[in-house]
Design a protein around this ligand. Structure first.
Ligand SMILES: [Zn+2]
Length: 297
């Protein structure tokens, strides 16, 4: 299921305990997706069935209205369904400054602002699958709508960006930490778990990649050092012959030529008696000095 849809389906089932919060959530959706007719009737339209269901239930819970639900195909675009909920005149809601289409009013209590964000996300939110990247946005019709959502996010220390779209503006978050915080605030706990799982996996993959890169770099260094040793031993062989070397150095030089890719520890294991890595390293340095004296860098 697309990440956006799973967030919305989850949010549609989250009902705040307090009436003040229920009112804020409904007001957010109504202000963004609602239309008032002359006689005070309300119609809320959404392309998301879960959001429409939420509006229906909140209207019933708060104002005991008789609601009608309708479904119709969108004429343009991908012919998605459009869900409409229409309700009888609801004076309290019509008088609520929070529910007006062009306002900058925000709920004063934190609990209500969280519910407001949940409503706004149900109406206009979408989020990219975290596997593909961290992006969450609210689509808005006007600068005022956008700034209102930005203001609400800011009240929770979530600094959001605004950018223009073909029609309207989007308010967006791009930071994984902030998106996780918002999911928590809205009460999308399952979506938050899914999101955090991906973040942890990505973090681990990054760590593994760093380790592998580090190991590759070390391996390159070992191979380069070995190639240099082989070249120097060959030079000694050409100039004076390995037989002229003291027995311990001669044995190591021969071993190195036979095993150009062995590590110093492995060479030490092949020597009789066994020699430690630092012992091998010491002998290797002596070989290197002899080669340098013979004019090989
Ligand atoms: Zn509240």
């Amino acid at each position: 299921m697309p990440f956006s849809l799973s967030i919305k389906n989850e949010l549609a089932r989250v009902f705040p305990e307090q009436r003040c919060c229920e009112r804020s959530e409904l007001a957010a959706i109504v202000s963004l997706d609602g239309k008032w007719s002359e006689d005070g009737k309300l119609e809320v339209t959404s392309s998301n069935a879960a959001a429409a269901r939420k509006v229906y239930t909140l209207l019933k819970n708060l104002y005991q209205t008789e609601n009608r639900v309708s479904v119709r195909k969108q004429r343009r675009l991908d012919k998605k369904n459009l869900y409409g909920v229409s309700a009888q005149p609801v004076e309290q809601l019509a008088d609520d400054p929070l529910a007006q289409p062009d306002t900058d009013a925000l709920p004063s209590k934190g609990c209500c602002r969280r519910s407001f964000l949940r409503g706004a996300f149900l109406a206009r939110g979408s989020a990219t699958n975290p596997n593909r990247g961290y992006h969450l946005e609210f689509w808005t019709n006007s600068k005022r709508e956008a700034e209102r959502i930005v203001g609400c996010l800011e009240s929770f220390d979530l600094a959001a960006g605004i950018s223009p779209r073909k029609r309207g503006l989007v308010v967006y978050l791009k930071d994984g930490e902030k998106i996780a915080h918002l999911l928590r605030l809205m009460g999308a706990h399952r979506a938050l778990l899914r999101f955090e799982d991906v973040r942890i996996m990505k973090g681990m993959r990054g760590q593994v990649n760093r380790l592998v890169n580090c190991e590759t770099a070390n391996m390159d260094k070992t191979v380069q050092a070995a190639m240099k040793q082989v070249a120097q031993i060959r030079r000694i062989q050409e100039k004076i012959g390995l037989d002229k070397l003291p027995p311990k150095l001669r044995e190591l030089a021969r071993l190195r030529l036979e095993h150009p890719y062995a590590t110093l520890t492995e060479l030490g294991d092949l020597l009789t008696p066994r020699v430690t890595k630092s012992g091998v390293s010491y002998r290797m340095r002596r070989l290197s000095r002899i080669a340098e004296d013979l004019g090989a860098g």
